[in-house]
Design a binder for this molecule. Structure first.
Ligand code: PA5
Length: 310
């Protein structure tokens, strides 16, 4: 499969039917995952507020993990050492363990793991990785998925306006800076990581309103301001207060902020349409730079190096 086809498949990924089974007696949720798999936990955390959710992206788990904790390990390969180690520790504490993976060691150590299709780059499988979590918690239903799929399929790559952003960034060698909004911080971070892995450029993500209490000073006064390309990810559900903040920030700091808007009437459709747009922009930037968006050789080397076999 061409890499662009992996990106294009997002709508179909959303139809994946498996879901994790959620025990009613748990009182907190911990989700472990790294990189392209870890993003699924971040998206979940943006959508779910009924019980405390903690994300783990290292080897260690919080002290509070116990038998009333639902621990979900997410790893596309099933072999990521931080996620495996955190899962083993959670098991020792008696946590209720679930997993989403294509296989690997994770599928061996967690019974009834949700097995998703392999053959993708982990970061391209964001639909497969996230939907079993959202479905398990009843956060998305079939009709919402159908509506979102339609929105994603209406995205015409040949005439899309997003290529323009990549062209501008490339021609002026700009570094992307992405501003999220409440309930959408995960997508800003996703854009950053897609710029990193697909286009091989550094990128920075932060969110409104928090950024107004720190970044704002740098946005106004940093050196080499002209070297950044500012995006804000908005959507039709955006609170008026946040919309005002975007305008005031842009005026006060004298920066041009490019708005990219999600689509549809729900958080789910807006999250995934924004993810899709960011995926394409990072892909086009890779194309412009002449780098292979699929290639993550250094990450793989590093993983092998950690196992003592570079
Ligand atoms: O997109 C990628 O290839 C990486 O960010 C991986 O997702 C990350 O290294 C973790 O691997 P895995 O998703 O297999 O757990």
């Amino acid at each position: 499969m061409e890499y662009v086809d992996e990106i294009r498949s997002l709508g179909n990924q959303l139809s994946f039917r498996g879901n994790i089974e959620v025990p009613s007696e748990v009182d907190k949720i911990v989700i472990a995952g790294m990189g392209g798999s870890g993003i699924a936990g971040m998206i979940f955390k943006d959508c779910y507020t009924k019980k405390p959710v903690t994300l783990v992206n290292s080897y260690n788990i919080p002290d509070f993990v116990d038998s009333s904790t639902l621990f979900v390990a997410i790893s596309y390969s099933g072999n990521t050492e931080e996620t495996l180690e955190a899962t083993r520790k959670a098991r020792k504490r008696g946590a209720r363990i679930r997993a989403i993976t294509t296989g690997g060691k994770l599928a061996e150590i967690v019974e009834n793991a949700v097995i998703i299709p392999d053959g993708y780059q982990p970061r391209s499988a964001v639909g497969f990785l996230t939907v079993p979590l959202l479905r398990g918690f009843g956060l998305v239903d079939d009709s919402e998925i159908e509506i979102t799929k339609k929105l994603l399929s209406g995205y015409d790559v040949s005439v899309d306006p997003y290529r323009k952003f990549a062209d501008e960034m490339y021609s002026k060698q700009k570094i992307p800076v992405i501003f999220g909004t409440p309930g959408f911080g995960s997508v800003a971070y996703r854009w950053k990581t897609q710029f990193n892995e697909n286009a091989k450029v550094l990128a920075y993500a932060t969110s409104f309103p928090e950024l107004n209490h720190n970044d704002t000073m740098a946005l106004e006064g940093t050196y080499r301001k002209e070297e950044f390309y500012f995006f804000v990810l908005t959507h039709p559900l955006l609170e008026k207060e946040i919309s005002n903040r975007i305008k005031i920030t842009s005026d006060l700091c004298k920066i041009e902020i490019t708005r990219v808007e999600g689509e549809g009437a729900t958080q789910f459709s807006n999250l995934f349409t924004l993810i899709h747009k960011g995926d394409y922009i990072s892909y086009y930037l890779a194309e412009k730079r002449g780098v292979d968006p699929r290639n993550v050789e250094i990450i793989e080397k590093l993983k092998r190096g950690l196992k003592g076999s570079v």
